[in-house]
Design a protein around this ligand. Structure first.
Ligand SMILES: Cc1cn([C@H]2C[C@H](O)[C@@H](COP(=O)(O)OP(=O)(O)O[C@H]3O[C@@H](C)C(=O)[C@@H](O)[C@H]3O)O2)c(=O)[nH]c1=O
Length: 183
């Protein structure tokens, strides 16, 4: 497993070791002990999620407030997305900054998005199957959404020719300046 800390070092890119042979491939998509040894981060996941989206769909920027804040280990098993994590921890030196990575079926990269970050992704392929593990359960009452195109955050979404396809909820995403953040 190769671990790279991104420009916001709490966000970690993971490149698993893949064993290919005549049958296909095998890799450990998560191993708590190996993850801890490589990153120093001790994780206990409680929920696994799978979403499927078509090209041009954008989901985000989502987070849950404490006490239901979620860390997410995200990956793509079909297609390709541009994945984004925004630091919304008021006391952080990178508050309001974002990092992004392309996660694809081919590169098998994963992103660790810690609690205290808003998260979203744009689908670049015809279809994308997006899988993620979370450290806390879904809590609808505590979920929040910041607008994907907030001018203060200025996330640079790639290949965005026109407006992405958004859920009704995501069309109501708040401006960053009005969003509840982590103290
Ligand atoms: C996220 C989630 C949704 N749901 C339900 C609520 C709703 O009826 C339906 C679709 O939910 P959403 O529109 O919120 O799904 P989606 O827009 O895919 O939400 C996800 O987006 C990405 C970017 C994240 O970071 C995730 O944490 C999550 O917020 O699924 C659950 O039952 N459990 C869950 O954990």
């Amino acid at each position: 497993m190769k671990v790279t800390r991104l420009a916001i070092p709490d966000v970690v890119l993971i490149e698993p070791k893949v064993f290919g042979d005549a049958r296909g491939f095998f890799y450990e998509s998560f191993n708590a002990e190996a993850f801890r040894a490589a990153t120093g981060i001790d994780l206990e996941f409680v929920q696994d999620n799978h979403s499927r989206s078509t090209k041009g769909v954008l989901r985000g920027l989502h987070y849950q407030l404490p006490p239901h804040a979620q860390g997410k280990l995200v990956r793509v098993v079909r297609g390709a997305v541009f994945d984004v994590a925004v630091d919304i921890r008021a006391s952080s030196p990178s508050f309001g900054k974002w990092v992004g990575a392309e996660l694809t079926e081919e590169n098998r990269h994963q992103l660790w998005v810690p609690p205290g970050f808003a998260h979203g992704f744009l689908v670049l392929s015809d279809t994308a199957d997006f899988l993620y593990k979370t450290t806390e359960y879904y809590a609808a009452t505590h979920e929040r959404c910041i607008a994907w195109n907030d001018p203060t955050l200025a996330v640079h979404w790639p290949q965005s020719d026109g407006t992405p396809q958004l859920s009704g909820k995501d069309q109501q995403g708040l401006p960053f300046v009005r969003a509840e953040v982590f103290s």
